[in-house]
Design a protein around this ligand. Structure first.
Ligand code: URA
Length: 175
């Protein structure tokens, strides 16, 4: 299902400024999936343009991964109030959009717990699953998913930055 800028499939429409579509190359073989737009993303209309985005940009640059050569999107496309985590119900409502975005991808990097649990369909303990590859079947879509840390986690989780950098390095080999 293609993204509806007027979407009201869940209640997040109420507080959003805008629906935030994927950025980068929609036809890329690699997708990065975050959690949800934050305040900056909601204002600008592009994923990962705030503080987490700057961390992501820095790490991508370090491994030579061009932001415009991958597709960057979120589990839900609208900002949850107070930047809370999207609920499973909201993630499910937004799922048809994500499925359309991920069709044909060779590798999906799930950035953080929300994306990882949404894509794997189960609880995830990041320190146990980080940078592991999972074959996932999602509504008939077969995907290779690498679970890794969210760029925001790099601020408070020791070692997260190195792990995320390695996941991004792996992504370069799938382009
Ligand atoms: N965090 C996310 O998960 N996604 C964004 O777009 C920005 C911050």
């Amino acid at each position: 299902m293609s993204l509806d800028p007027e979407c009201r499939l869940c209640l997040l429409w109420h507080d959003r400024i805008q629906v935030v579509p994927p950025s980068g190359d929609r036809l890329s073989k690699v997708a990065l999936v975050g959690e949800a737009p934050g305040a900056n993303e909601d204002e600008i209309g592009r994923p990962f343009v705030g503080r987490a985005g700057r961390t992501l940009d820095q790490l991508m640059q370090e491994v030579g991964l061009d932001r415009e050569k991958v597709m960057i999107t979120n589990t839900v496309k609208c900002r949850p109030p107070e930047n809370r985590r999207p609920s499973p119900k909201e993630a499910l409502a937004c799922r048809p959009y994500l499925l359309e975005e991920l069709a044909g991808k060779r590798l999906v990097l799930a950035l953080g717990i929300s994306a990882a649990e949404g894509l794997l369909g189960r609880k995830v303990v990041m320190k146990d699953s980080a940078n592991q590859l999972f074959d996932v079947e999602l509504n008939g879509l077969e995907l290779k998913v690498m679970v890794t840390y969210h760029p925001s986690a790099c601020i408070y989780t020791p070692g997260a930055k190195d792990v995320l950098r390695e996941a991004l390095r792996t992504a370069t080999t799938y382009l």
